[in-house]
Design a protein around this ligand. Structure first.
Ligand code: GAP
Length: 454
């Protein structure tokens, strides 16, 4: 596929997120902290939607996957057994001149601290150290003492919490391979590469599913999950031309993986990993069996024992969030006015509908609009907006991706109908006010595809 760039820049997305209260730089009044962000109202709503759509596809709609919520701080032996203490590292170089630190494998994309900035190592003043391996796990201490005996880690993936619970879940959930355990929760990584907004952050919400299968079926299930996950991203409205699959070669694969493919998205920074699908083989269950002394294996009804192999689709809400916003962002001129519109899938959009009294001072309109809002809010996230010109209110809703607006106007007072305005086509039609609730329920159930597709 051709390396065409995303037309929208990351700066545009950052500024929309800030302007409309999706995402703020974290602890900003103290100067912020690189690669950490706080979510405002619309950001929280959007994240909730992504999380529940994932959970629905991965757990609710299936018979073969159950949920888990394990602790963030685990016994540190978990991370020794998993290999994270030894090899969850990035190669880093320091510049003795500008005192900055860079990923040795990403010097091409980095900027040196000197002005005008060049690539690290390019100016005569650059003085780079040899690469050193730097562990990405955040360390902490458990208990009052701060010594080696109290050392613990913030989890860098949720997967290990699943592996160490394999026996609990397999016994109590009455599941046999193939079956999966799904988990959503924060993971933490001391990432050195700063920038690129939410794409690479220090803490992110991981959505991982470990699918335990008979060893002979692992390749088949790997293909199955790769296809399923790609289809899921398409179902959220991500455009086909911005998605592709890339297989890792042996050198690139993680220490536990025997096969990995990335589902990549064409971000403004180029093609990058959106989600990884890995065949972890029996690496994790074998390691934990050896290190803990607890057998993590499956015994089938005729007494055959085996260690299941694991297929793992893993993604963060943050990477999906950025991909969805980039895919949805659109600037256009309507009449003589410019509008910014977020063409988000209605199920992803933070607000499903706006209820707008055309003339808020008019008591008949105000009362009806308020009553409609009170009815709809019991079922969906909707907004009642009576501030400013109607055109400005529409623009505001367009910018946060609200798919529909119901406007109560003069005609409502005569025939109890409202106008429904479609965010994407700008088409308007009239509906009886009493039928709005059912209309909205149906509209949210209908499929949606981006009108921005080629
Ligand atoms: N358990 C396997 C695992 O964690 P990974 O490729 O390191 O594999 C999986 O991460 C997914 O987690 C990535 O595809 C990406 O969606 C997300 N991810 C990883 N590091 C991230 C970070 N620093 N910020 C945001 N998302 C991240």
């Amino acid at each position: 596929m051709a390396e065409t760039a995303q037309p929208v820049t990351m700066d545009t997305i950052v500024s929309l997120c800030r302007r409309r209260g999706f995402v703020f730089p974290s602890s900003e009044i103290y100067g912020g902290l690189g690669s950490t962000y706080d979510y405002g109202h619309y950001g929280v709503l959007t994240k909730n939607n992504i999380r529940s759509l994932w959970f629905r596809a991965m757990v609710q709609e299936r018979d073969d996957i159950v949920a888990l919520d394990s602790a963030i701080i685990l016994n540190p032996r978990v991370w020794e057994a998993s290999g994270h203490v030894a090899v969850f590292t990035d190669p880093l170089v320091d510049c003795r001149t500008c005192k900055l630190r860079f990923r040795a494998d990403q010097l091409e994309q980095a900027s040196c601290g000197r002005k005008p900035s060049k690539r690290p190592g390019e100016t005569p003043d650059c003085d780079l150290t040899e690469p050193r391996q730097f562990n990405l796990m955040f360390e902490t201490h458990v208990g009052a003492l701060q010594d080696a005996s109290s050392l613990a880690y913030l989890r860098p993936e949720t997967a290990q919490g699943i592996f160490v619970n394999f026996k609990n879940v397999a016994q109590l959930a009455r599941r046999k391979p193939p079956f999966g355990i799904a988990q959503v929760g924060k993971s933490f990584r001391n990432e050195i590469t700063p920038g690129n907004f939410l794409f690479r952050v220090l803490e992110f919400e991981h959505m991982e599913m470990e699918f335990f299968v008979p060893p002979a079926d692992a390749t088949e299930w790997f293909e199955y999950w790769l296809e399923r996950r790609l289809a899921w991203h398409r179902s959220l409205g991500l455009r086909d031309e911005n998605l592709r699959v890339r297989e890792h070669d042996e050198a690139e694969r993680s220490h536990y993986s025997s096969a990995t493919s990335d589902i990549e998205y064409l971000y403004p920074i180029g093609w990058q990993e959106l989600e990884g699908v890995a065949n972890r083989g029996d690496f994790d269950l074998t390691q934990h069996t050896q290190q803990s002394g607890t057998k993590l294996e499956w015994i089938d009804p005729d007494g055959n024992r085996y260690t299941p192999h694991v297929i793992e689709p893993a993604v963060s809400i943050e990477r999906i969030f950025v991909a969805l916003l980039c895919d949805a962002y659109h600037e256009e001129v309507v009449g003589d006015r410019e509008r910014v519109v977020l063409r988000l899938h209605p199920q992803v959009a933070p607000v499903k509908a706006a209820i707008l009294p055309l003339v808020p001072r008019d008591e008949g309109m105000a009362t009806r609009a308020r009553a409609l809002y009170e009815e709809l809010r019991l079922h969906h996230v909707v907004e009642h907006d009576e501030g400013g010109q109607i055109g400005r209110r529409y623009r505001r809703q367009d910018e946060i991706g609200t798919p529909w607006a119901f406007t109560v106007d003069e005609q409502t007072l005569e025939d109890e109908t409202v106008t429904v305005r479609d965010r994407d086509s700008l088409a308007q039609e009239r509906l009886p006010i009493g039928g709005v609730r059912t209309w909205l329920d149906d509209a949210l159930r209908r499929g949606w595809s981006s009108p921005q597709s080629d």
